[in-house]
Design a protein around this ligand. Structure first.
Ligand code: NAD
Ligand code: UGA
Length: 434
């Protein structure tokens, strides 16, 4: 099949490369000329494990192409995917659909013959109807169907998630469109991945419901972690104790400084807005949003408390700035709340992230970016593990201690055991553990 992917970001590039790897012919399109020029030279615009190799292979085998112009690829496509950003709209927090609608207008002008227009971007319920109306208005003669096919991949594990998903959701009542989608995902179908066909609105809402549920699950365990601290219990044991119940499940029960990233924060807000507009408020999700915002803001206080309540002139070393490991993405990362609060409290901040340094340099002015974990520890009064990159899991604690001004470790991801840290003479602060 021939696929045009409008938007070559985290989702567009990964989906495009994976569809090409399934054997389809894919053109990834982006208005960002530098991004496309780089991709044509083999330079990845994002850090995602395995993506460079997958892209290179499919370019070499002439199934994957990059372009700034959509015309030719869209004209020839069986399916045109919309994978542009849907950030939070300023003011009300609803999804900003400017890029989606602009893409729909452009696609409408270009399609030729029956074409399936697929929304892979996360879009509020009813967006498919609006795209359909745009295409009808721009091209009353066009033969097309608009399908919702939300993406469930996670950054850092994106290729595996795309190729081995728990399920694929397709929202469309159009039989021709369903047949095209079935052909596109046939390699997964053969692997017995459940492909769920439903109507478009249900599919659109399923994506938000999934993200909101996961955000709620994380927030739940974070509140249990606070309670554990108050009553002297261990959140990791509670998480295991409840996670072994198959009805609950063990995943997404890691207590943390709060969820971040390009999706949970914006998607929970958008769902809250959709629900309020429909006079059917999602009170659990509203509480989740509030609790998570509060949590991210409160993390700096924990660090200041570890310093004895006064951060003025103290040096805070931070390990990890991205919202999770294995990505360079800083969008809504907890570090964006924590670091400015530490600076405002009078601390000197020095930090290292394996892949997030370029972004951090522009988003977190006023901090010193260092070359690695041991440089960050150098002269620090407290060392904070903010993102659980693998390379921070087995630090040489003796070396860290001798580099620091005072041996204090704030482990916001619970990746160390208290006994091993205190054995090395550190003061140790973690989340929800005695
Ligand atoms: P992104 O910001 O990384 O990429 C979007 C790209 O679209 C940008 O490169 C931009 O230049 C391009 N673009 C915008 N308008 C365009 C147009 N008219 N023509 C061509 N290119 C255009 O965004 P992302 O993280 O890939 O997210 C895309 C969508 O997928 C969002 O709705 C998001 O919620 C959803 N999603 C993201 C993830 C994720 O892990 N990032 C996972 C699942 C779903
Ligand atoms: C999330 C979902 O997991 C994907 O299924 C979805 O496709 C995607 O959003 C999206 O819609 O964009 P992602 O944001 O890439 O994926 O990363 P996650 O692994 O879900 O982590 C999100 C945040 O939650 C991170 O800040 C992470 O540290 C935090 N988290 C995750 C916890 O605090 N505890 C956990 O147990 C799990």
């Amino acid at each position: 099949m021939r696929v045009a992917m409008i938007g070559t970001g985290y989702v567009g590039l990964v989906s495009g490369a994976c569809f090409a790897d399934f054997g389809h012919t894919v053109t990834c399109i982006d208005t960002n000329e530098a991004k496309i020029a780089g991709l044509r030279e083999g330079k990845m615009p994002i850090f995602e494990p395995g993506l460079d190799v997958l892209v290179a292979k499919n370019v070499r085998e002439q199934r994957l192409f990059f372009d700034t112009k959509a015309a030719e690829a869209v004209r020839n496509a069986d399916a045109v995917f919309i994978a542009v950003g849907t950030p939070s709209r300023r003011g009300d927090g609803h999804a900003d659909l400017t890029y989606v609608f602009a893409a729909a207008e452009e696609i409408a002008k270009l399609i030729d013959g029956f074409t399936v227009i697929v929304t892979k971007s996360t879009v509020p319920v009813g967006t498919g109807d609006e795209i359909e109306a745009i295409v009808h208005r721009v091209r009353p003669d066009a033969d097309f169907a608009v399908v919702s096919n939300p993406e469930f991949l996670r950054e850092g594990a994106a290729i595996d998630d795309f190729k081995h998903p728990d399920r694929v959701v397709v929202g469309s009542d159009d039989e021709r469109a369903r047949a095209v989608m079935q052909d596109l995902y046939r390699p997964l179908y053969l692997n017995e991945t459940p492909i769920m066909f439903t109507d478009r609105r249900t599919s659109e809402l399923t994506k938000y419901a999934g993200n909101a549920f996961l955000a709620m699950k994380i927030t739940f365990i974070n509140e249990i972690a606070d309670l554990c601290e108050a009553v002297g219990a261990n959140v990791q044991h509670v998480a295991r104790g409840i996670g072994l119940d198959k009805r609950i499940g063990s995943k997404f029960l890691n207590a943390s400084p709060g969820y971040g990233g390009s999706c949970f924060p914006k998607d929970t807000l958008a769902l809250v807005t959709t629900a309020r507009t429909a006079n059917s408020p999602m009170t659990l999700v509203e509480a989740t949003v509030t609790a998570n915002d509060r949590r991210k803001k409160s993390m700096a206080d924990r660090i200041v408390n570890a310093l004895g309540g006064d951060a003025v002139g103290k040096t805070v070393g931070i390990l990890g700035l991205t919202f999770k490991p294995n990505t360079d993405d800083m969008r809504d990362s907890p570090s964006l709340d924590i670091v400015p609060a530490l600076l405002a409290a009078g601390a000197v901040v020095q930090a290292f992230d394996p892949e997030g340094m370029t972004e951090a340099a522009s988003l977190l002015p006023g901090i010193a970016l260092k070359d690695g974990a041991y440089d960050v520890a150098d002269g620090a009064d407290v060392l904070v593990i903010l993102t659980e990159w693998d390379q921070f899991r087995a630090l040489d604690l003796s070396r860290i201690k001798s580099a620091m001004r005072a041996p204090r470790l704030v482990d916001l991801r619970n990746i160390y055991k208290r006994e091993e840290i205190t054995r090395h003479g550190f003061d140790y602060f973690s989340i929800g553990r005695p």
